[in-house]
Design a protein around this ligand. Structure first.
Ligand SMILES: NC(=O)c1ccc[n+]([C@@H]2O[C@H](COP(=O)([O-])OP(=O)(O)OC[C@H]3O[C@@H](n4cnc5c(N)ncnc54)[C@H](OP(=O)(O)O)[C@@H]3O)[C@@H](O)[C@H]2O)c1
Length: 293
């Protein structure tokens, strides 16, 4: 990594926090970054899965420094606790990979009263990133990588019904809205952090054979099994995240959307600056942030 003063930083010093690191694309991203010698902080929600992931990564990369922190990211106080525990251990953060995400077959409401897909896929990374901004700025050149999806195409943000109270709940439709939110957040944060040395980009990982949507519905599980031959491995799905997290080629790149390690255009709605600003303000109000970027 090249620091602001032009010196190369030893890869070993790079501190990386990855959410959703205990399965799928997140775990594959963590394994790949461990092989490159980064210090990893894995965010998981289940202690046994977190320990198993640490063991698996250190078996493959015996010299890797790997820690874990636990949080259910649908709960705001747990996101805050996760950020607090990270900051107690580390003075700076070089790479934040906002990877955790899900699609829920039924409408659920979180302990904070929010629709769960929106809470997990958008509000959690929004809050976590804002809480860690000082640590990111403390790095000479930090990167934020947000996992978006091609599924954002065609979506718009339902600003007057973010809890999905007044419509029939459509799992894929709501998921698509949250993935659009990831892009609006990526572009808005990149604008707000212009000139700070912190870059912000989004990744579409491809159609990946992970645990995604597996646990929620038998039809969805069956659909995933049938479509598996068209999917790529989690290792392949992690490539764009790893590229954005580490490649010198994108050290200066910010506010872009990538697939297959290349910048690609996102939907027209994702470039709507008014929507991005509005989403930022609404999100800050919902999560109770008074001093966001
Ligand atoms: N798979 C695809 O084809 C695809 C395509 C486009 C975009 N994506 C995006 O890629 C990202 C990773 O998905 P994936 O395919 O790797 O799915 P996955 O295998 O289901 O992994 C999702 C991760 O999120 C974590 N997570 C779920 N709910 C959580 C909660 N309440 N609190 C904390 N962590 C939670 C899971 O934790 P556990 O390990 O404890 O279950 C898991 O580690 C998501 O943002 C998804 O939207 C995936």
């Amino acid at each position: 990594m090249t620091a602001a003063d032009g010196t190369m930083r030893d890869e070993r010093e790079r501190i990386v926090l990855i959410t959703g690191a205990t399965s799928g694309i997140g775990r594959a991203t963590a394994s790949a970054l461990a092989r490159q010698g980064a210090t990893l902080v894995l965010a998981g929600r289940d202690e046994a899965r977190a320990r198993a992931t640490v063991d698996e990564i250190t078996r493959g990369s015996p010299h890797a420094r790997v820690e874990y922190l636990l949080a259910d990211l649908t709960a705001r106080d747990q996101v805050r606790r996760l950020a607090g525990e990270f900051l107690e251990r580390h003075a700076r953060l070089d790479v934040l990979v906002n990877n955790a995400g899900a699609m829920f077959w039924r409408r659920h409401i979180t302990v904070d009263g929010e629709e769960m897909t929106f809470a997990l896929n958008h509000l959690a990374p929004f809050l976590l990133t804002n809480l860690l901004l000082d640590a990111l700025r403390a790095s000479a050149s930090a990167r934020v990588v947000n996992l978006a999806s091609a599924a954002h195409q065609g979506a718009t943000i339902p600003f007057d019904d973010l809890r999905q109270e007044h419509v029939r709940y459509r799992p894929l439709g709501v998921y698509s809205q949250t993935k659009l939110a990831n892009l609006l957040f990526t572009y808005e944060l990149a604008r707000r952090l212009e000139g700070t040395g912190v870059t912000v980009n989004a990744a579409h990982p491809g159609f990946v054979a992970s645990n995604f949507a597996q646990g929620h519905n038998p039809w969805m599980r069956a659909a995933m099994v049938v479509s598996r031959p068209f999917s790529v491995s989690t290792e392949k799905g992690a490539r764009t995240s790893v590229y954005l997290a580490t490649s010198p080629e994108v050290a200066e790149t910010t506010g872009k959307y990538f697939a297959n390690c290349r910048p690609i255009p996102s939907s027209p709605a994702s470039y709507d600056r008014d929507a991005a600003r509005r989403l930022w303000e609404v999100s800050a109000r919902i999560v109770g942030l008074t001093d966001s970027a």
